[in-house]
Design a protein around this ligand. Structure first.
Ligand code: GLU
Length: 468
């Protein structure tokens, strides 16, 4: 390996809406750093003051914390490093790596129009670029220049992208990039280079919308005497319809998923598989993911967001979760729909009963309502409609049997069995009226388990109301 100590970063621009797919660009560099016992850094690229917001920063930081993507350094805000960027611009001017360019906006536009008319690619023509033996135009008065990087002439930039393979871009394609604006503020590509160098980043793992920036960044980096990192450009995440994910077409943020009752473990597992694979493993722990993660297994084609698969994964994680941890995670959702988990059956037992059938924590909370609602007050009409006269004798016997039964699922199941055989009826004929008498609904989990959770006394009380 070229680098002894791996250092990766996630460098989001906190602009606009941060959707789930965006956080994949945090997950992979995090996993790569953890796999290699290296460092993972969060850098907030907030120099676009108009579009950056604290709200977006919060979504990113909270989302990462929720997924357990821990940091070794950061968050480092680019806006707090402006002096450093200015310092490097000055060094580059002093050493002839960069130069002031006084071409006005109008001149630039004119140049571009001419080039377009000649069917040439628009590019800066190097008018103010100092060369040996070249006389520069007279410096106009009262004009603040931009600072341009002296891009190498001739040759090409080649890098071996860990995802895309070898990429070669001719230097003739690249003009002299503006690194500082007339007011001295540094530009985007320049800040990235200074940061990646200063932070000793060894692997840049980011979205492939940055492929075009890479040759420019490599050139500046080399000019500054730095060793370019290894680049891995991740293909985009598309939504189910094959479009780029965005808020407009229904993308959700990590916070939205949290509110919808998803578990962070499920989201992490899902994101991990969105563009990376390890054989045919679909469900794996965070530890396994870190253990298995490598750049070689990153996908080369766009990944497609699949909400059904995410829901399925969430179900897997819910079903297999430790009930007490799951109960703790479900509690806020229960509170939200007015369930007081302290007044009623043991919430852990309730959750343990419901988890096999739930896809989200909201579904568990909804299911738990049954056990925390007061006994139903059924009208005569409702009783007549849902509890057939003919089953009343069986219900009476059931109450008697329950009174004697031990408070276990097995004992309750035995009581049911005994009544079924005595009255020669089938389970649904007895269980449905029982469910209705207990909860005013026939939709409940297995009746013997329900009795354990609700408690024998409450059950007998409710049943007694419909048989007298
Ligand atoms: N700030 C860039 C973005 O949010 C990422 C830059 C990088 O990773 O180099 O797209």
């Amino acid at each position: 390996m070229r680098f002894m100590h791996i250092r990766t970063r996630f460098a989001p621009s906190p602009t606009g809406f941060i959707h789930l797919g965006n956080l994949r660009s945090a997950l992979y560099p995090w996993a790569f750093a953890r796999h290699n016992k290296g460092d993972f850094i969060l850098r907030i690229e907030d120099t676009d003051l108009e579009r950056s917001s604290q709200e977006a920063v919060d979504v990113i930081i909270e989302g990462m914390a929720w997924l357990g993507l821990d940091l070794d350094e950061g968050p480092i805000y680019q806006m707090q490093r402006i002096d450093r960027y200015r310092e490097v611009v000055k060094q580059m001017l002093d050493s002839g790596l960069a130069y002031p360019c006084y071409m006005s906006e109008e001149e630039l536009n004119k140049l571009r129009d001419q080039q377009m008319a000649n069917k040439e690619k628009p590019r800066y023509n190097g008018l103010w670029r100092p060369e040996l033996g070249k006389t520069l135009p007279p410096v106009p008065e009262g004009v603040s220049p931009v600072i341009r990087f002296k891009n190498p002439i001739g040759g090409s930039v080649i890098w071996n992208d860990a995802v895309k393979g070898q990429i070669e871009i001719s230097n003739d394609e690249l003009d002299d990039l503006v690194i500082a604006r007339p007011d001295g503020t540094p530009t985007y590509n320049f800040c990235v280079v200074v940061d990646d160098l200063d932070m000793n980043i060894t692997h840049v793992i980011r979205g492939d919308d940055h492929v075009n920036n890479t040759p420019r960044q490599i050139n500046i980096m080399k000019a500054l005497g730095g060793v370019p990192p290894i680049y891995a450009h991740l293909p985009t995440v598309l939504n189910g319809a094959g479009e780029k994910m965005s808020k407009r077409n229904g993308a959700m943020s990590v916070r939205d998923y949290q509110k919808a009752g998803y578990l962070p473990e499920a989201i992490l597992n899902y994101l991990a598989r969105l563009g990376w694979s390890h054989g045919d493993a679909e469900v794996f722990t965070k530890e396994q993911f870190v253990d298995w993660f490598d750049l070689e297994s990153l996908g080369r084609s766009p990944a497609q967001h699949n909400p059904e698969k995410l829901l399925w994964l969430n179900h897997q994680y819910i079903q297999n979760a430790d009930s007490s941890a799951l109960a703790a995670a479900t509690k806020p959702f229960a509170l939200e729909i007015g369930i007081d988990t302290e007044s009623g059956p043991d919430f852990i037992q309730v959750v343990s009963l419901l988890k096999d059938r739930a896809n989200t924590l909201i579904e568990i909370a909804e299911g738990a309502k049954l056990f925390y609602s007061p006994a139903p007050s059924l009208t005569l009409e409702q009783i007549k409609e849902n509890i057939p006269e003919a089953v009343i004798p069986a219900l009476k016997d059931l109450v008697e049997a329950l009174e004697l039964a031990e408070s276990t699922k097995e004992a309750y199941a035995a009581s049911f069995k005994q009544i079924l055989s005595k009255h020669q009826i089938k389970m649904p004929a007895l269980a449905m009226p029982v469910r209705y008498a207990l909860f005013a609904t026939t939709q409940t989990p297995a009746i013997d388990s329900v009795l354990v959770v609700l408690g024998k006394e409450a059950a007998i009380q409710r049943l007694s109301k419909v048989i007298h």
